[in-house]
Ligand binder design. Structure first.
Ligand code: ATP
Ligand code: MG
Length: 175
């Protein structure tokens, strides 16, 4: 099993789909695994809160030879032998999320997660080996690095957005 996780908007669905075509493996999205099943409910902000234990059970039911993608996969332990965390330059991520008409609060929440390596750190808590792929470039470039990572020919990108934290927090401070 290959897991692709990362902050919303980093390109998990896009890359997982293409990777599935290239490797001829079925692709599952965590959203498809949870929708229709009563393993979560909407909170007061109309956001879907998922019971992670139930998601874990659904993933354990899948065949070993597949690709699963989703941002919550960094929060749980799955039988994955390869775990890829897609990363994206926060400035580019902002553009991608605004294009989707995300509310400012949601955009900022996700930028914040990316700035502090949230998904990478969480994934490293749950898996012994995690590969970071910088997905700030074109989808083609990201796909090619992801394929190489799966084949063991690419050990990952070193990503550090910390120099952008001060600028981001300044923008958040009320005047
Ligand atoms: N290098 C890249 N890799 C993947 N997607 C990219 C890349 N560059 C731009 N994109 C674009 O970013 C957008 C977000 O991609 P996608 O929906 O696959 O993200 P996601 O990580 O699955 O988000 P979510 O967690 O909300 O489902 C898409 O419009 C996609 O075309
Ligand atoms: Mg997606």
């Amino acid at each position: 099993m290959i897991v692709i996780t990362g902050t919303p908007g980093t390109g998990k669905t896009t890359i997982a789909k293409e990777l599935g075509k290239t490797l001829n493996k079925p692709v599952f999205s965590e959203i498809d695994l949870i929708s229709g099943k009563k393993i979560g409910e909407k909170n007061k902000d109309n956001e879907f809160e998922v019971e992670l234990e139930s998601l874990e059970k659904e993933i354990n039911r899948l065949s070993e030879d597949c690709i699963v993608e989703g941002h919550m996969l960094c929060e749980i332990k799955t039988p994955a032998s390869i775990v890829i965390v897609l990363r994206c330059d926060p400035k580019k991520l902002e553009k991608r999320l605004l294009k989707r008409h995300y509310k400012t609060r949601k955009v900022n929440e996700n930028i914040c997660c990316e700035l502090i390596d949230y998904c990478l750190q969480k994934a490293e808590e749950h898996y012994p080996h995690v590969i970071s792929v910088n997905a700030s470039g074109s989808p083609e470039e990201t796909l090619s690095k992801t394929i190489n990572a799966v084949k063991g020919k690419f050990t990952g990108d070193l990503v550090d957005w910390s120099s952008q934290i001060a600028e981001f927090s300044k923008k958040q401070t009320p005047k």
